[in-house]
Design a binder for this molecule. Structure first.
Ligand code: FNR
Length: 370
């Protein structure tokens, strides 16, 4: 049977009645102090509950895992309570929601780190990029990041434990599952890519060794909450935040073949044309080839994101390139995106100036169709 955007699909224990998912979107509006979801955050997600599945904004698993101003966490009781209000509101509207688990690794700054320490990474190599920090006057500014400290084996094991506890906390917060963020140049991706991982122990060197940290995190989270509630997001051939791999086809092929037999809820890939939040216009045929290769390696539910429109999404589903399409920027500006796509209606344009940080403007005031 041909797949299309408005056909049903089973994802783990969830029966989704269509395939328009909401991609994870950092909005930097968590309550202070404590990075706790607020009633305004509840309202934002409630408005978007008609998504087949909402994937939350990236949410730090520990204080060490934070790298941007005002992002929410899932490591304190207040944060669990804040997220419970979000999941309750989404469920009351008939929606479903996974929480995205995040550790930024080296994309951080001492102002976020416990005791003002250095951010952690596979190797002491700095990010060729900036992160969104808070200046002395309390304003959000893009700031340079320092050279990070290389993690010890004990440090790696402690972070695996943080992922496990964060996944349990997400269940306490009423989430339907968790998505492990292993893309976009953050900690797990820093281990995966040869560019940022120069280790010589069992977590560095070969593709198998560089994938080890991610696979151990997946194993720990699956043991805690069950495979049907777990997913992984990867950005194969990603270039954001200084990523790069000598053999991406081999590295990501190995990872996907290791994940395939686990019966996860879904695997989420970002189209390699995306670099962070923008599309790279210099088309490379390797991008399509790697997505086809990974699709062939993954018999389970595959979600794709990155620059999709109604037409390209239908095409991707019809050709079997993907089973579900996640929309990012269109969901920021269109709380009722599924209805608009189904009716082939016009979309509101988003305002990039209010994507990160701020208040209700550009957050909960985008209109639904009347
Ligand atoms: C993102 N993206 C993103 N990805 C992720 O895995 N976790 C996150 O927290 C964020 N945050 C985020 C914030 C903003 C403002 C944007 C625009 C993007 C990437 C996002 O999930 C998606 O992959 C891209 O936006 C591409 O999809 P669209 O926007 O072309 O549909």
């Amino acid at each position: 049977m041909t797949q299309h955007l408005f056909s049903a699909i089973q994802v783990g224990q969830l029966s989704l009645n269509h395939r328009v998912a909401m991609a994870p979107l950092t909005r930097s509006r968590a309550g202070q102090p404590g990075n706790v979801p607020t009633p305004m955050n509840v309202e934002y997600y409630r408005q978007r509950a008609s998504a087949a599945l909402i994937i939350s904004e990236a949410t730090q698993i520990s204080q060490q895992g934070q790298g941007y101003a005002w992002t929410p966490g899932i490591h304190s009781q207040e944060q669990v309570r804040g997220w419970k209000a979000v999941s309750d509101a989404v469920h009351a509207e008939g929606g479903k929601m996974f929480l995205q688990l995040w550790h930024v690794g080296r994309v951080s700054h001492p102002i976020f780190q416990p005791h003002g320490g250095l951010p952690v990474a596979p190797s002491a190599l700095p990010v060729p990029g900036k992160t969104f920090i808070i200046d002395a006057d309390g304003n959000g500014v893009w700031g340079d990041v320092p050279v990070p400290q290389a993690l010890s084996i004990d440090g790696i094991h402690a972070i695996i434990e943080d992922y496990r506890v964060a996944a349990r906390n997400a269940m306490l917060a009423g989430m339907d599952g968790v998505e492990i963020h292993a893309g976009n140049g953050y900690l797990l991706d820093q281990f995966i890519n040869s560019e940022s991982n120069h280790r010589t122990d069992s977590y560095g060197g070969s593709s198998e060794n560089r994938a080890r940290f991610l696979l151990e995190v997946v194993q720990a989270v699956v043991a805690e909450v069950g495979a049907q509630r777990v997913s992984v997001r990867l950005t194969p051939m990603g270039r954001f935040m200084g990523m790069g791999d000598e053999t991406p086809e081999a590295t990501f092929g190995y990872i996907v073949r290791q994940l395939a037999p686990l019966n996860l809820a879904y695997l989420h890939l970002v189209e390699p044309a995306m670099v962070g939040t923008v599309v790279d216009d210099n088309y490379n045929p390797r991008w399509d080839a790697i997505i086809h290769q990974l699709r062939a390696d993954y018999p389970g539910v595959l979600m794709l994101a990155g620059g999709y429109t109604r037409e390209s999404a239908e095409q991707a589903l019809a050709s079997g390139r993907a089973d579900i399409i996640a929309f990012g920027r269109p969901f920021i500006a269109n709380p009722d995106l599924p209805a608009r796509l189904q009716g082939d209606k016009a979309l509101n344009a988003g305002d990039g100036n209010t994507f990160f940080g701020g208040g209700a403007g550009g957050y909960i005031d985008y209109p639904a169709m009347v």
